[in-house]
Design a binder for this molecule. Structure first.
Ligand code: 5GP
Ligand code: MN
Length: 338
């Protein structure tokens, strides 16, 4: 984002505006943290802003400051639609393609409001008047920090804002270990702690939330883990029956794909999760090093994301999806054997 654009946005924010802030469907810690962090900031400037999420999110995010003000489009469609239609400004955070908002897509493509995108995924679409896109960033939360900083308001980072932004940086970096974690990320995090983010408590609230049934479901995932050594690949399946038996709730499968990637020598991991309600298999992909799961997902599973973390979906059965996945691997044999 160049200085002219920052000046223009600063100008826009000088008078009270009606603002809507939107995360992607099935929002994660970064999506919820960044939208709420930005909302607290915009509220402190005197704007009337709301976070409108396409749908619900996991319970382990339901303590983040301001979380109780989030409007869910799928269960409060009328109020969400009115807010979006009346908005002067719409921020879209942690995604870069309007198909990522599910059923809200038509409404967003037809609204006349001015859009600002803040996002760190690859290949951004061109729907926003202002696009702050940086694929090297650890998280959208880190970008919201830089955005506030560029507007000259670092001193306005309250304990609430700091807490929200810390959540997304922590979750999107796998607790500060992925390659996207830089010395600047650590400086930002240090500043957030100084501004009132209680790092140990945040970690406990996000990660120490297992239930017995969720741990049992992890056991099933580990039992279903398959290794394909010739492709340095691991994959996990979870059927709808397995989810139902273990009282599956949103968020229970978060991070399971990393179990495959933690096997020594594995550089590509996948998880296939059946969702009979939506008649799809939801896919999460992770890699280490040069192998791009963003490209893999775009080419074969209608998805995308980052170089080392991406997602997608399949309309085939669980078994057929796995067969398709395995049948594709030979064409990546060289890329996977680096
Ligand atoms: P996860 O596997 O944790 O759901 O997602 C990994 C990354 O890929 C996240 O940054 C997420 O936003 C992105 N992602 C997940 N599913 C999809 C998808 O269906 N389409 C696209 N374009 N990105 C996705
Ligand atoms: Mn993110």
């Amino acid at each position: 984002m160049n200085t002219v654009e920052i000046q223009e946005i600063k100008e826009l924010l000088k008078t009270p505006k009606k603002i809507v802030i939107i995360p992607h469907k099935n929002p994660d810690g970064d999506a919820i943290g960044s939208t709420l962090g930005l909302r607290h900031y915009l509220t402190s400037l005197g704007h009337n802003s709301s976070v409108i999420s396409p749908n619900d999110y996991p319970d382990f995010l339901k303590w983040i400051p301001g979380e109780d003000t989030i409007i869910k489009y799928d269960s409060a469609t009328d109020i969400a639609t009115t807010r979006i239609k009346e908005a002067d400004l719409i921020f879209t955070l942690d995604f870069n393609n309007l198909s990522r908002v599910g059923n809200m897509e038509t409404l967003l493509t037809t609204t006349k409001s001015l859009f600002i995108m803040i996002d760190h995924h690859q290949q951004p679409d061109d729907y926003a008047r202002y696009t702050y896109s940086d694929t090297a960033m650890s998280s959208t939360c880190q970008m919201v920090y830089h955005f506030i900083d560029m507007l000259g308001d670092r001193d306005k980072i309250s304990p609430e804002i700091a807490t929200c932004l810390y959540v997304g940086i922590m979750t999107d970096t796998g607790s500060f270990r992925f390659r996207s974690t830089t010395h600047i990320t650590h400086r930002v995090v240090a500043d957030l702690i100084e501004s009132g983010a209680d790092n140990t408590t945040i970690h406990e609230k996000i990660y120490d939330t297992n239930t017995y049934s969720r741990l049992q479901l992890q056991g099933v995932a580990l039992k279903n883990l398959k290794i394909l050594p010739e492709y340095k690949t691991a994959y996990i399946t979870l059927s709808q029956e397995e989810l139902d038996t273990h009282n599956f709730k949103k968020g229970d499968t978060e991070g399971l794909v990393n179990l495959g990637l933690s096997v020594s020598g594995i550089i590509f991991a996948a998880i296939f999760i059946e969702n009979r309600g939506e008649k799809i298999i939801k896919i999460s992909l992770r890699s280490k090093g040069d192998f791009s799961v963003n490209e893999f997902s775009r080419n074969h599973f209608e998805g995308g994301g980052h170089h080392n973390a991406a997602g997608g979906k399949s309309n085939l059965s669980l078994q057929k999806t796995v067969e398709k996945f395995i049948s594709i691997l030979p064409s990546y044999k060289n890329a996977l054997n680096l």
